[in-house]
Design a binder for this molecule. Structure first.
Ligand code: HEC
Ligand code: HEC
Length: 209
């Protein structure tokens, strides 16, 4: 009898002890709502960096010399745009020859991209270089990371607005469907946007130098 009471007591004790364990079982559900870790943030930044540094994006995101670049598999060695094309401080070539002279502005974003290899790429926005503050060509991951979250250099956008821009911009639409045998930007537009948003939710960590 004493023994069975003890057994009962230990059973009750066991159940009591099991209580906190059950509460811990519930913890993973709570963790799903918690912000992503720094590690996850960095992994997501890496995805976006692979996009931003790809020639389909970086060839237009060039520095204060205002040279558009020809780089990537269809161009061989990276070099400045042929025919001595320079975008000037206007970034649209207004000083010499407008980019839109050769790069046709499509009336509709859904139109076919450049059908022939080596034709001048076309988009639904007049072709031009990205603002000089958004220089990505040849820049490191940490440099692009710091630029993209700096409102003074990203068009005064929150990271959510940067993601929105990637979703809506005509040049981004072109970069993932460039036609003419060009290699598209890596991942997909949706993955790039998700990566930016997860990176932002993790506190937008940047890699070490
Ligand atoms: C005289 C015609 C002409 C003018 C003007 C011109 N381009 Fe181009 N551009 C081309 C051609 C043709 C190609 C494609 C070359 C190829 O695929 O071999 C090209 C390709 C590019 C590319 C590479 C796209 C990629 O990643 O494949 C960029 C960037 C570019 N041009 C930017 C500009 C900018 C910016 C201007 C204005 C400052 C401009 N271009 C003016 C003809 C022109
Ligand atoms: C034809 C040239 C061109 C190409 C190609 C291009 N961009 Fe841009 N990009 C621009 C211009 C011009 C702006 C400025 C327009 C604005 O801010 O509204 C810009 C602005 C941006 C911005 C906002 C500023 C910043 O740095 O935060 C982002 C983000 C961006 N581009 C991402 C991309 C990505 C990603 C790709 C490739 C998938 C790409 N761009 C390809 C010309 C280009």
């Amino acid at each position: 009898m004493i023994r069975s009471r003890l057994t009962l007591a230990s059973l009750v004790l066991g159940l009591l002890l099991a209580g906190p364990a059950q509460a811990q079982d519930a913890a993973p559900a709570a963790a799903e709502a918690a912000p992503p870790s720094t590690e996850e943030g960095l992994a997501n930044w890496q995805v976006f960096y692979e996009v931003a540094s790809h020639p389909r994006c970086a060839n237009c995101h060039t520095g204060p010399d205002n040279w558009p670049m020809w780089s990537g598999p269809s161009y061989g060695e990276p070099r400045r745009h042929g025919m001595n094309i320079n975008a000037g401080d206007s970034r649209v070539g207004a000083e010499a020859l407008m980019c839109s002279t050769c790069h046709v502005t499509l009336s509709d974003a859904g139109s076919e991209p450049d059908p022939l290899p080596h034709a001048a790429p076309r988009a639904a926005t007049p072709w031009m270089l990205a603002p000089v503050e958004t220089e990505w060509f040849g820049k490191s991951s940490v440099e692009i990371c710091n630029q993209i979250k700096d409102p003074a250099r990203n068009g005064e956008r929150t990271i959510e607005e940067v993601a929105e821009h990637v979703g809506e911009g005509a040049f981004q639409t072109w970069a993932w469907n460039p036609g003419g045998g060009r290699e598209p930007a890596p991942h997909s537009k949706t993955q790039a946007i998700d990566a930016l948003l997860t990176w932002a939710a993790a506190g937008a960590p940047c890699p070490e130098e």
